[in-house]
Design a protein around this ligand. Structure first.
Ligand code: PHE
Length: 455
């Protein structure tokens, strides 16, 4: 059955508030927390980076998340149509299209890294790291990631798993999967953090995480922290708009946003506690870069008592975290195709699978045979990462807060925050949140953009 504007009469929706929270947290907690956050902390001076990051989460991340929640829940529509529904006859729909493009780029390289996670889970189950030294493990990783077939197969498996969950829909696929996997994921990472913090010599790792060294902070640190906050909270890509469109009208979007941001940040800190103390306990430099998780950690696991088993749990956690995020990225694109081109979920899912599969293959091959294909001096993998995390997400975030704060305006914002006056939200809180959406978040985003152009 279809309604007058030819939309499916009944939209999928999340069954419960807990379901929304685990799905949102599932999207936020991902490779960003376990792979990107630890190495950025390592490269940017530890605690000082973390403090700047926390500042951006509150001043820019939270307002953008609230704005996306408002747009998605109010319109009950996917990325582009959400803007069309709320501002008919304008060009704001472009923001949604940028979000979809951003998701296509992210999922293409995300699926490749998720595939590496599968390979490393297999390696750890076979106890492949047991006798490795740092050099061996570096060679192991680079010969794997630059080869042709194995990474492609792993990417295919990862993407097929993702598409398999999304095909089952919002309630039966995304919500069900996240409800089981998210608690498991938290437990595993807490267990590894306890092991890491009780290693002899782990103290300096903890003080690196919690005692700021401001001398390492440069202008680049600020861009890295802002980009990471957006990537980790899945913002500016219309992902929150899409999930929020499945949220019921009586849910409290202020507390859902705050809880999602808190869960993601706490998880990143626990991941830091799982990784840094061990890195220091084994006398390794924390600034290893993107190889940290695939080279340094296996090296540490190979030396640590019970390391073989910890390795299995770590890569299992990495894979689960990556999957719950990948399904949210795919859902943005699938929901867009379903609503814009009136496709069935199955057809949209299979079609998008193929498009991302091809782009992901290019990303994977750009590590090896296609490494000479460069744009802006970057291979395809780095180009996709840069265009999405350092550019489209921030631009999307800026457009989204301006849209919610200025185009929709105060009445709509307050109406969504209080569910039409039925939730008792204190006036000071409404005013502060509106101020963050209207002024603080756009100013922070613009300042970073201008800073970047001047560099
Ligand atoms: N937040 C996810 C992570 O940290 C990545 C992501 C980006 C997910 C954009 C959805 C949308 O890994």
């Amino acid at each position: 059955m279809r309604t007058a504007d030819n939309q499916p009469a009944k939209r999928d929706s999340f069954a419960s508030s807990f379901g929304v929270l685990v799905a949102m947290a599932g999207s936020a907690v991902g490779l960003g927390n376990l792979w990107r956050f630890p190495y950025l902390v390592g490269q940017n001076g530890g605690a000082a980076f973390i403090l700047i990051y926390l500042g951006f989460v509150i001043l820019a991340g939270l307002p953008v998340m609230l704005a996306e929640f408002i747009i998605g829940r109010r319109s009950q529509a996917s990325a582009r149509r959400a803007f069309q529904v709320l501002a008919p006859g304008t060009h704001w729909g472009i923001t949604g299209i940028l979000g979809v493009i951003c998701c296509i780029l992210i999922l293409s390289f995300y699926s490749v890294v998720g595939g590496w996670g599968i390979e490393y889970l297999f390696k750890s189950v076979r106890f492949d790291f047991t006798y490795g030294n740092q050099e061996n493990l570096k060679t192991l990783f680079s010969s794997f990631s630059t080869s042709v077939w194995r990474p492609l197969i792993c990417h295919t498996v990862f993407l097929a798993l993702t598409a398999g969950i999304v095909i089952a829909g919002v309630q039966k696929g995304i919500e069900k999967f996240s409800k089981v996997m998210m608690p498991l994921l938290f437990l595993i990472v807490i267990g590894i953090a306890v092991r890491s913090m009780t290693l002899p010599g782990s103290g300096p790792g903890l003080s690196y995480l919690f005692k700021p060294d401001w001398s390492k902070v440069t202008s680049q640190t600020f861009l890295a922290a802002l980009g990471q906050a957006f990537f980790s909270l899945s913002l500016g890509s219309c992902m929150v708009i899409t999930y929020a469109s499945y949220v019921k009208k009586d849910a409290n979007i202020i507390s859902l946003s705050a809880q999602t941001a808190a869960a993601d940040t706490v998880f990143a800190l626990i991941a830091g506690c799982a990784i840094m103390p061990a890195v220091f306990a084994f006398g390794i430099s924390p600034g290893e870069g993107p190889d940290l998780v695939f080279v340094t950690l296996p090296h540490i696991f190979s030396q640590m008592p019970l390391g073989g088993v910890i390795a299995i749990f770590f890569f299992l956690a990495l894979l689960l975290a990556a999957l719950t995020s990948a399904i949210s990225i795919l859902e943005v694109i699938v929901a867009f195709c379903m609503e814009e081109f009136k496709m069935k979920r199955t057809v949209a899912d299979v079609l998008v699978f193929f498009v991302i599969w091809v782009l992901g293959c290019l990303c994977s091959l750009s590590m090896g045979p296609l490494s000479s294909w460069k744009v802006l001096d970057k291979n395809i993998f780095d180009l996709f990462d840069f265009l999405s995390a350092d550019f489209l997400m921030l631009l999307g975030g800026l457009l989204i807060v301006i849209f919610a704060g200025w185009k929709l305006g105060r009445k709509v914002v307050y109406d969504e925050f209080t569910n039409g006056g039925t939730l008792p939200v204190p006036a000071w809180m409404l005013k502060t949140l509106l101020f963050l959406i209207r002024f603080v978040a756009p100013a922070a985003l613009l300042a970073i953009a201008i800073f970047q152009i001047h560099e």
